[in-house]
Each structure stands twice: as structure tokens, then as C-alpha cells.
Design a protein around this ligand. Structure first.
Ligand code: G3I
Length: 397
């Protein structure tokens, strides 16, 4: 199967010279290359022009507007206006929508975080939220990030309101509610620092195994891939880690890729970033069952990084002036496209159609397997916010 996939990809490579990132990704039998976006930046017409460029982006993720504090700001009062703006934009462009997210410890409204809940009442609130939101977007989402960032770095469960009140059972409750509300969307567990072999990656695999052991629908794992220049694991290690997930019978995707660096950016770091973006995307190409890559916004202008990691930024493939950086060519090159000449912002033709055989190859790897292993007992640690690492350290230690 891998030989045929490779042969097919070689055959299509010649057709994608100068193609965009999504068109080139499809030629390598990925389903999509995409980007996150957010509502405030949709008032910038130059930004939107590039967002609408379906040669580069075949998939969109709303960065904030489907989260709980936006969709159910008061109990039982659902608000879909902002999320719908992004969903409608993706639909108008024919771009896949990755829906994000249903259960998280952040961006939870006050009525949830400061309510007095029992296991029973919070479980009911959780089910009601998921049922409403997933039904609203029924038929529109390629996938939902059902549970986001449930784990600490040591692989124990994060001490969120969900875990404190319901215990780890909140995870199966969430997946069951999502499956009941839209049986046709893919249901993902999504987290960061699971992109290399580690206790946290093992714990994420155990979440999948535990759901499968109970015949609860789980289709994929999203690996966020928020990296720092100099610390991105090599392509072969990234691919090997992806395979430890796909071996469970689920698909995988990189869902929030960026590669930050100390600012101001140096030419040396921009070149390292080019290689590292290439390694991340290349590792997805290397693995049957890796369906796509999403960057966590395409431009440094709207990146979350500088406001979270002081002194860091320049994490995206386009700079603050919406000009392509070397990272763009690093991605395009591993996807078999030829280097761009910089600058962007013109909407171009639809991507090269992928063959039905290629689609079948990808789909054949995503059949759900049921395994009987149960997760290891986890100790509960206080929440560890993500911190910038020392640039000289390799994170795969
Ligand atoms: O909406 C309010 C606005 O009313 C207010 O005026 C403004 C003042 O700061 O804040 C606005 O809320 C901000 C929100 O984004 C929407 O723009 C929050 O302060 C800000 O903290 C929030 O940041 C988002 C972050 O998640 C929340 O933790 C980022 O934009 C978003 O990119 C980021 O995305 C997460 C993924 O969902 C999960 N993985 C990690 C990733 C990066 O943190």
C-alpha cells in the first residue's frame, strides 16, 4: 500500500509545481493543508484574500469562536453568530472545517467555572452543551476536537473543573454526547506536547484505548505542534510517534502548528524554522493515516505567541506584512511543490483533484479498532501552563 501511495504521489508531483500548500498537500495524499483564523481579523481584507486562497488553504479552524465562552456564555443561552461567520466562510470557499473545541479547561464562562456542581449536575451541563453545539454544526464539521488538553505533561489528568467534579469519566461522556449529536463527524482528542514519545503521548494513547475498549466512537488524535525553533524533533521521530497513534486504528493530524523563535527574528532562525516546518509537514506525509496539517493562523500579525510567550514570536509561515517567509517554501518543498517567489494575497484556482485511489488509501488506515487495554492509574498534579522552553534544549529529551 505504501509503495502504491508513493508511486501515486510521484506521478502527481509534476502537476503541482508552483501550486499552493493545500494543492501540494493533496498531491501527497493528505486531505488538506489549512489554517486557523479568528473573527476580529476578518475585517482585514488583505488577510481575508489570502485566507480565501484555496490553493494554499483547503481547511479552516475557528481559533476561538466555537469555544464554550462564546457558544454558551450564559447557561442554556447558545450563541452561534461568531462561529457561523467562520463556518460560512469555509463553506463558501469549499474549505473543510475543523471544529474546535467542546471541552477545555480554558475559555470556560464564569457560570460554569464558579458554579456549585455535583458530578450529576455538571455531567448534565456538559452533555447539554455538546449536544446543542454539535447539532448546530451538524454536517459542517470534518472533525470536532471533542476534548482538548486533558493531560498534564507527566501524563496525569489535568485538574480542571471537569476532572475535579466528574473524574476521568467526563471524557467518555463528552465523546458519547458528540457521537449521538452528529454520527458523521470525526471525533478527536487534541493536545500539545504529544508529538514525541513521552508519558504524555502514552497517556493520550490510553485515552483512545479506553474509549475503544468501551466501544465509544473516537476517530482521531490532534497533535497541536506548538514548537520552538531548535527544539522541533527530527522528521523520523515525529513520524514514528504519529505511527504509535495510527497503530491504534485512529487517524492523526497536526492541528495547531507554529514554530516560534526569539524576536527580533534572525535570518539563521528563519532558515531553521523553514527546515522545522518542513520536518513537521513531512512527517505527516510519511505516515498513512495522517490526514492533514493546520497552522495556528498563517500570519505573525495574528499569532497568539507574542502575547503568551514574552520575547518570542515570528512563529507563522507568513510575516506581519502578510509576506511569505522561508517557512512557506520549506513546507511547499516537502510537499513536492516548487519554491515561491514571495508575497501572496491573490486567490487562485481550485486544487488539483486527488484520485479516488488516494482517498481510499487514506481511508483504509482510519478504520476503528477496538482494544481492551485500560489506561494506567494517573496521579493528579496541579495545572502546568505551557511555558517557553530554553532554546538550546531539544524537547525530545
Ligand atoms: O474576546 C475578548 C475581548 O472581548 C477582549 O476585549 C480581549 C481583551 O484581551 O480579549 C478577548 O479574548 C481573547 C480571546 O483569545 C479572543 O481573542 C483572550 O483574551 C485571549 O486569551 C484568547 O486567546 C486565545 C487562547 O487560545 C485562549 O487560551 C487565542 O486567541 C487562541 O489562539 C488560543 O488557541 C489555543 C487553542 O484553542 C488550544 N491550544 C492552544 C492554543 C494557543 O493557546
Amino acid at each position: 500500500m505504501q509503495i502504491l501511495k508513493t508511486a501515486l504521489a510521484v506521478g502527481l508531483t509534476a502537476q503541482v509545481a508552483n501550486a499552493g500548500l493545500h494543492a501540494a498537500a493533496k498531491s501527497k495524499n493528505l486531505l488538506y493543508f489549512g489554517t486557523a483564523t479568528d473573527n476580529p481579523e476578518l475585517s482585514n481584507s488583505a488577510y481575508v484574500t489570502q485566507l480565501n486562497n484555496t490553493a494554499d488553504f483547503g481547511q479552516i479552524t475557528p481559533g476561538n469562536s466555537q469555544k464554550w465562552d462564546t457558544t454558551e456564555p450564559s447557561q442554556g443561552q447558545f450563541s452561534y453568530e461568531k462561529g457561523d461567520v467562520v463556518a460560512d466562510l469555509a463553506e463558501a470557499n469549499g474549505q473543510k472545517l475543523r471544529c474546535h473545541n467542546l471541552v477545555w479547561h480554558q475559555q470556560v464562562p464564569g457560570w460554569v467555572s464558579s458554579g456549585s456542581w455535583t458530578n450529576e449536575t455538571l455531567s448534565a451541563v456538559l452533555k447539554n452543551h455538546i449536544t446543542n453545539v454539535v447539532k448546530h454544526y451538524k454536517g459542517k464539521c470534518y472533525a470536532w476536537d471533542v476534548v482538548n488538553e486533558a493531560l498534564n505533561d507527566d501524563g496525569s489528568f489535568r485538574d480542571s473543573i471537569w476532572y475535579k467534579t466528574i473524574g476521568e469519566e467526563y471524557i467518555p461522556i463528552a465523546f458519547e454526547a458528540a457521537a449521538a449529536a452528529d454520527p458523521d463527524t470525526k471525533l478527536y482528542y487534541n493536545d500539545y506536547s504529544i508529538e514525541w514519545s513521552s508519558d504524555k503521548a502514552t497517556a493520550a494513547q490510553n485515552i483512545v484505548k479506553n474509549l475503544q475498549a468501551r466501544n465509544i466512537k473516537v476517530d482521531g488524535v490532534g497533535l497541536q505542534a506548538h514548537f520552538t525553533v531548535g527544539q522541533t524533533p527530527p522528521r523520523k521521530d515525529l513520524a514514528s510517534n504519529l505511527k504509535s497513534f495510527t497503530a491504534l486504528g485512529v487517524e492523526v493530524a497536526y492541528t495547531e502548528v507554529d514554530v516560534r523563535m526569539k524576536t527580533p527574528a534572525t535570518e539563521a532562525n528563519l532558515q531553521k524554522q523553514k527546515t522545522e516546518f518542513g520536518d513537521i509537514v513531512g512527517s505527516c506525509v510519511d505516515v498513512e493515516g495522517c490526514v492533514g496539517v493546520t497552522i495556528w493562523d498563517y500570519t505573525d500579525k495574528y499569532s497568539w505567541v507574542p502575547s503568551t510567550f514574552e520575547g518570542y514570536g515570528a512563529a507563522c509561515p507568513w510575516d506581519e506584512d502578510l509576506q511569505k517567509k522561508p517557512a512557506y517554501d520549506g513546507i511547499l518543498s516537502v510537499l513536492g511543490g516548487s519554491a515561491s517567489s514571495s508575497s501572496s494575497a491573490s486567490a487562485t484556482a481550485a486544487p488539483t483533484p486527488v484520485s479516488t485511489f488516494a482517498t481510499a488509501v487514506k481511508q483504509a488506515t482510519t478504520t476503528q479498532a477496538v482494544v481492551s487495554e485500560t489506561p494506567a492509574q494517573k496521579s493528579v498534579e496541579p495545572e502546568q501552563p505551557e511555558q517557553p522552553e530554553d532554546e538550546d534544549e531539544f524537547c525530545d529529551a
